[in-house]
Design a protein around this ligand. Structure first.
Ligand SMILES: NC(=O)c1ccc[n+]([C@@H]2O[C@H](COP(=O)([O-])OP(=O)(O)OC[C@H]3O[C@@H](n4cnc5c(N)ncnc54)[C@H](O)[C@@H]3O)[C@@H](O)[C@H]2O)c1
Length: 452
């Protein structure tokens, strides 16, 4: 008989810690921290803490869950000889070898943004046919206005009809951030968690929506109000999709890139300041000798730095338990602004207007010099991003910040640049500072923003 952890007759509170060990297929609890001996097959990282009081018994389960996901750059993902889309998520070399040897056709369910389907649909079909995949492609109008639970359920219904093996046949999402967010949520709901793969086709999705764990849809007129923190199994990044993205949407993605630059990376800021306009012109594609610099190198450096800095902030805080997040820069006021004027501002545009105002707040607080502030605004204008909007009123700013207080543990947790490429989180920005910054922001950018 095992050691009794406590005396049940003793009414004084008793606590015991159990490890979990597996012996011949059966999990058993084992008293104490030292769980391993020769007869044990496996030791779990989970623990059970038992507590007995005179009110009764309580078990506290601590079960660490590890998410592993890959963010992989690839080229020509739709080239039939490139197997990344079908097999790039598999880490186990034995499993990979077995699949390659087997004659069983791969089965894949793909959701694709309807507009992306118009351009890349024929190549996608050719790719799947050439690889003898059993597939279903579901093209959907994944616009911000349609980013809803209804669309997530429509996907789930089709997935259910297709009948997937949820362990080995990931759902593939191909499109911008809206498509990736909806499909991610649908996959997280289907059979409680079905693996999914993200293939971003816009710049914003490439450097941002593909990199983290968040999925979601809009609800009750609020952005991403319903969602889950379930990362994809893998994100496969192919810059060549960006060549067909409309110019305005490239600027939109550059806003999220600029956010990471302002928060964390002076080198990225200087790159955007110097080459941002060229990246916009060339859509992150190779164009020889036109710009007197290797533009593909700049594109690669910019996207890789944006992704790396983003991963540094997200990986230790995948479920956003820590509310002090630099990646929230530009996201304090923009959600309300974006929803207020939907669909006239794109996500990155609303983020940029928020960042532009916050740069004025920083300057007003003495965290940025006038010259640094002007450099940032000039850079935003060079990236063809809006720096002011009439719907971004002091009333909307105050309402957003009140909301922030409510959802952020009673603190503003306001990320602000403190120089170029560095930032800190502040909780003590006064109404007077916010107001003075607002007046100056409107005076300098409001009237003239159309001519900047
Ligand atoms: N999950 C996250 O962590 C995360 C992060 C940032 C943003 N987001 C979400 O992402 C969304 C914005 O994403 P977005 O900016 O990619 O918008 P989007 O998905 O609406 O795509 C923008 C437009 O580009 C078109 N398009 C997409 N790829 C194309 C291509 N290769 N060629 C031509 N046209 C193409 C689409 O049809 C659409 O009209 C927002 O809903 C935002 O909440 C999520």
């Amino acid at each position: 008989m095992g050691k009794v952890p406590f005396d049940v007759n003793n009414t004084k509170d008793k606590k015991a810690e159990f490890s979990l060990v597996q012996v011949k297929g059966t999990w058993k609890r084992k008293l104490g921290k030292k769980a391993s001996d020769g007869r044990v097959d496996r030791v779990s990282a989970a623990k059970i803490y038992e507590s007995i009081t005179d009110k009764g018994i309580s078990w506290t389960v601590v079960s660490p869950i590890v998410f592993t996901y890959k963010v992989t750059e690839t080229q020509n993902i739709l080239d039939p000889s490139n197997d990344t889309l079908l097999l790039g998520h598999i880490n186990d070399s034995q499993q990979l070898e077995d699949i390659k040897k087997s004659n069983k056709p791969l089965k894949r369910f793909l959701v694709i943004d309807q507009e992306v389907q118009k351009i890349y649909g024929p190549r996608l079909t050719e790719f799947l046919e050439a690889n003898k995949v059993q597939y279903k492609i579901l093209p959907l109008p994944t616009t911000e206005e349609n980013k809803s639970m209804e669309m997530a359920l429509e996907i789930v219904k089709e997935v259910n009809n297709f009948s997937l093996d949820r362990r080995t046949e990931p759902i593939i999402a191909i499109g911008g951030g809206v498509c990736l967010d909806i499909v991610g949520l649908a996959a997280s709901l289907y059979r409680r968690r079905t693996p999914y793969i993200r293939v971003p086709t816009t710049l914003l999705a490439y450097i941002d929506a593909s990199v983290g764990a968040k999925t979601g849809v809009n609800f009750a007129n609020c952005k991403n109000k319903l969602g889950a923190y379930i990362p994809p199994t893998a994100s496969f990044l192919d810059l060549s999709f960006i060549q067909t993205v409309p110019r305005r949407h490239i600027s939109n993605g550059l806003a999220e890139m600029l956010k990471m630059a302002l928060m964390k990376h002076r080198g990225l800021f200087e790159l955007l300041e110097k080459h941002g306009h060229m990246l916009l012109d060339t859509k992150f594609q190779a164009v020889n000798n036109v710009y007197g610099c290797n533009n593909l190198q700049a594109a690669s450096q910019a996207t890789r730095t944006a992704i790396m800095t983003m991963l540094e902030e997200l990986a230790p805080n995948l479920w956003e338990d820590d509310l002090n997040r630099l990646v929230d820069f530009g996201h304090l006021i923009s959600p309300a602004l974006e929803m207020e004027v939907l669909p006239s501002l794109l996500h990155g545009e609303a983020v940029n207007i928020d960042m532009s105002y916050m740069v004025y707040v920083s300057q007003e607080r003495g965290l940025l010099t006038e010259e640094e502030m002007q450099r940032i605004i000039r850079c935003m204008v060079g990236l063809e991003l809006p720096v002011w909007h009439e719907a971004c009123t002091m009333e909307l700013i105050q309402r957003s910040l009140q909301d922030r207080l409510k959802h952020s543990g009673g603190l503003y947790r306001m990320p602000l640049p403190v120089g170029l490429g560095q930032a800190e989180i502040f909780n003590d920005t006064s109404y007077e500072v916010l107001h003075r910054a607002y007046e100056k922001w409107c005076d300098e950018l409001g009237m003239s923003s159309k001519h900047l």
